[in-house]
Design a binder for this molecule. Structure first.
Ligand code: AMP
Ligand code: ZN
Length: 149
């Protein structure tokens, strides 16, 4: 591990869980990821899919690891659906950055089972955005895609 990554990982609770130095209720693991129960679930069965390698967010998570995290998230969603927990729906959530409510700065994907009337809500007020602004937003993103090709 590079020196920066090593110092970033010091004191990281998810790094500690990945090497089993901190307690967790592990559901699934392989050489790249570990999946465990969220300590403060928003609904029963709330899981976190966590790469073993320390990365803070999307910008520093390598593509191969990212693809595996999302693929395991899909598997976990199916497992929740098929489990005896009575899961009726799934939300998959990624909080990338403080503005997006990230509180643990080691990349993780939330897989959240939903039950009718479970009370978990995401409060959002949709914007009315006129076509010219939608088009300029689209262009800004297209420019970014072109510059990362
Ligand atoms: P986020 O807001 O996406 O950064 O969410 C971090 C999540 O990690 C929260 O849902 C916490 O409940 C969860 N969490 C924090 N510490 C632990 C821990 N030691 N074991 C399991 N989950 C944790
Ligand atoms: Zn970490």
């Amino acid at each position: 591990m590079a020196r920066n990554a090593r110092s970033a990982a010091q004191g990281c609770i998810f790094c500690a869980i990945a090497v089993r130095q901190a307690e967790a209720s592990v559901v699934h693991e392989d050489e790249t990821i570990v999946v465990f129960m969220d300590l403060n679930p928003v609904t029963p069965g709330h899981l976190l899919v966590v790469p073993r390698k320390h990365a803070v967010g999307l910008e520093d998570l390598d593509r191969v690891t990212s693809a595996h995290v999302w693929s395991v998230g899909h598997d976990m969603a199916q497992a929740l659906r098929r489990s005896r927990m009575g899961c009726e729906g799934i939300n998959v959530l990624l909080c990338d950055g403080e503005a997006a409510f990230q509180t643990v700065f080691h990349f993780h994907l939330h897989v959240i089972p939903r039950y009718a009337g479970d009370g978990w809500t995401v409060k959002a007020k949709s914007l009315k955005r006129e076509r010219s602004l939608l088009d300029s937003d689209a262009q800004a993103i297209k420019d970014a895609i072109a510059s990362t090709d």
